[in-house]
Design a protein around this ligand. Structure first.
Ligand code: ACM
Ligand code: ZN
Length: 539
């Protein structure tokens, strides 16, 4: 019967069914009214169903009851033949109960129409950070797609949306004090569309590319996310991946040279090698503080992501201003200069009530602020992580072999995502120092919504279970069996997930894997899967 994803902590099936009446009377204690509205909008999508407020629990079909004993994200859902009762202590838990009910009503169950099996469910998440990152620098999707993504994250009980709003290839958020970020930084002459190794002009689509969010749109999206219990954390990548800023304000680079917004993708090794903010120029810090000032007004989250990844040090080595900071502050080298840079930003963020998050390169400096959070995308178990965790540092797990969802399934299969165990460290914290997990959607080679969702589904289902379900309850075979009906649910919402036939089988084993990157394979995989999708009964 119950094909829930993520699998709840405890679910006891009882005999009988709750039949949804045509007019559903819903009661809510005052603290949980927000969730009542959410449930109304879910139920009223069902043909012939309408909701009314009930004045007390006794006369209702569905009741939201305040229970202060339950922690914030926890809920208890009691489904009996006469009534559905939801216990929670606040919006988060009550909201998750509505998402469970949504899956029960909408999934392809064996029960008669609008009937759900009686059950008792006790549920709460394993990790507090359950996130997906979207890169809108390389490709820009716009607010309708972001809202749809937020709806889907909420359905999977994910609670953080990490928004990569700047990178070399484009700046995507209006900053009133620096209009050239949009006038210049959000536009590029073309887009490189082949693997990193192929840098010929024939690998570039010369259609001009642009896109950005106004501050009003950002507010709208942040509010939309909050209504779905999702916190939005912006990322402004610095000091590297800073090409779009340097195109707009070249004076913030070490040599002040004028550049175009780059069209080529790639990190430190594969991309333009010297795009970095000058860490010895006070104007750089002023710029960043000003940007933080404006973004802090838009994003209430107590976190701010500064990137910090793949910072090439060539410019800093040759820059008198950067070298002066190293000498004046007795820093060992350019790596420690990045630590100095990061700590200045961390301190400024604290004045705004925000904690710094950075990719795990921030741990290369031993002096990094202890409140920072490291998002691990590389090796995962390395010396820096061990050192960080024994001093109570916190980590978000995004290991690329498991959680880089831009990768082809043939290279990063679904099973690897599902089976990834984040808590790998022997330290006292029950979660092993892991704040949570995050899947990333880098978009160098993802230019459409359809492709984005193909890469994300059914990986979102897998990561949601890593993030939510107790470790001992995770079972891949059981997950795959639940996934079948879940994919039908997604299809009914016009989401075309990658077909289950390809997500694990090594579908592309016969296709030569590119030497530097598997992009060409990814395109082939996508096209082949689309035709598979067209042939199969689930479109
Ligand atoms: C990264 O993939 N450069 C965080
Ligand atoms: Zn410099």
């Amino acid at each position: 019967m119950v094909k829930l994803i993520p699998l709840p902590v405890e679910c006891t099936i009882r005999s009988g069914f709750f039949k949804l009446p045509n007019v559903v009377r819903i009661y809510s204690d005052s603290d949980l009214c927000g969730a009542k509205s959410v449930l109304k909008s879910i139920l009223e999508k069902i043909d012939g169903v309408r909701c009314e407020d009930a004045l007390d629990s006794g006369s209702s079909h569905v009741a939201f009851c305040y229970d202060r004993e339950l922690s914030n994200e926890r809920y208890i859902l009691d489904i009996t033949e006469n009534k559905v009762i939801i216990n929670a202590s606040g919006f988060s838990g009550a909201f998750y109960a509505t998402q469970t009910l949504r899956q029960l009503f909408e999934s392809d169950s064996q029960s008669p129409l609008n009937n759900i099996q009686c059950a008792h469910i006790l549920d709460y998440p394993r990790y507090e950070w359950r996130s997906i990152m979207l890169d809108e620098s390389r490709h820009f999707f716009g607010k309708d797609v972001v809202k749809q993504l937020l709806d889907l994250l909420a359905m999977h009980k994910m609670n953080v949306f990490h928004w990569h709003l700047s990178d070399n290839e484009g700046w995507r958020v209006e900053i009133k004090k620096y209009p050239k970020l949009i006038e210049i930084g959000s536009k590029r002459r073309g887009t490189h569309f082949m693997a990193w190794g192929n840098r010929k002009d024939s690998a570039v689509d010369w259609t001009p590319y642009s896109g950005h969010y106004t501050q009003e749109e950002i507010k709208e999206i942040v509010q939309y996310a909050a209504e779905r219990n999702i916190m939005v954390v912006p990322e402004i990548d610095m000091p590297a991946h800073f090409g779009a800023v340097l195109a707009a304000y070249p004076e913030l680079g070490c040599r002040g040279v004028k550049i175009e917004v780059p069209i080529m993708h790639g990190g430190e090794k594969n991309g333009p090698a010297d795009l970095i903010a000058c860490a010895g120029n006070s104007d750089t810090y002023k710029f960043i503080y000003d940007v933080i000032d404006e973004l802090a007004e838009l994003f209430p989250a107590p976190y701010f992501h500064i990137g910090g990844d793949e910072a090439p040090k060539k410019e800093w080595k040759n820059c008198p201003k950067c070298q002066k900071v190293i000498n004046d502050n007795k820093l060992k080298d350019e790596e420690e200069l990045q630590g100095y840079f990061n700590n200045k930003i961390a301190l400024y963020l604290k004045t705004k009530g925000k904690r710094l998050i950075g990719w795990n390169e921030i741990l290369k400096s031993t002096s990094i602020d202890k409140d920072a959070i490291a998002q691990y995308w590389t090796l995962f178990r390395d010396k820096n992580a061990e050192r960080w965790l024994v001093t109570n540092g916190r980590i978000i797990a995004s290991k690329h072999q498991a959680f880089y969802f831009d990768m082809p399934y043939a290279v990063r299969n679904l099973k690897t995502t599902y089976k990834f165990e984040p808590s790998q460290y022997k330290i006292k914290d029950p979660n092993g120092g892991i704040l949570g997990v995050e899947g990333t959607l880098w978009t160098e080679w993802i230019s459409t919504k359809e492709r984005l969702f193909f890469q994300l589904f059914p990986r979102l289902e897998a990561i949601s279970e890593v993030a939510w379900t107790p470790r001992e309850k995770r079972n891949y075979a059981d997950f795959r069996s639940r996934l079948k009906s879940f994919i039908k649910l997604l299809s009914s919402m016009n989401i075309r997930p990658a077909p289950l036939e390809i997500v694990d089988t090594g579908f592309l084993r016969s296709v030569k894997i590119g030497k530097i990157f598997h992009l060409n394979d990814a395109h082939i995989e996508y096209k082949s899967a689309l035709s598979l999708n067209a042939d199969s009964e689930t479109p």
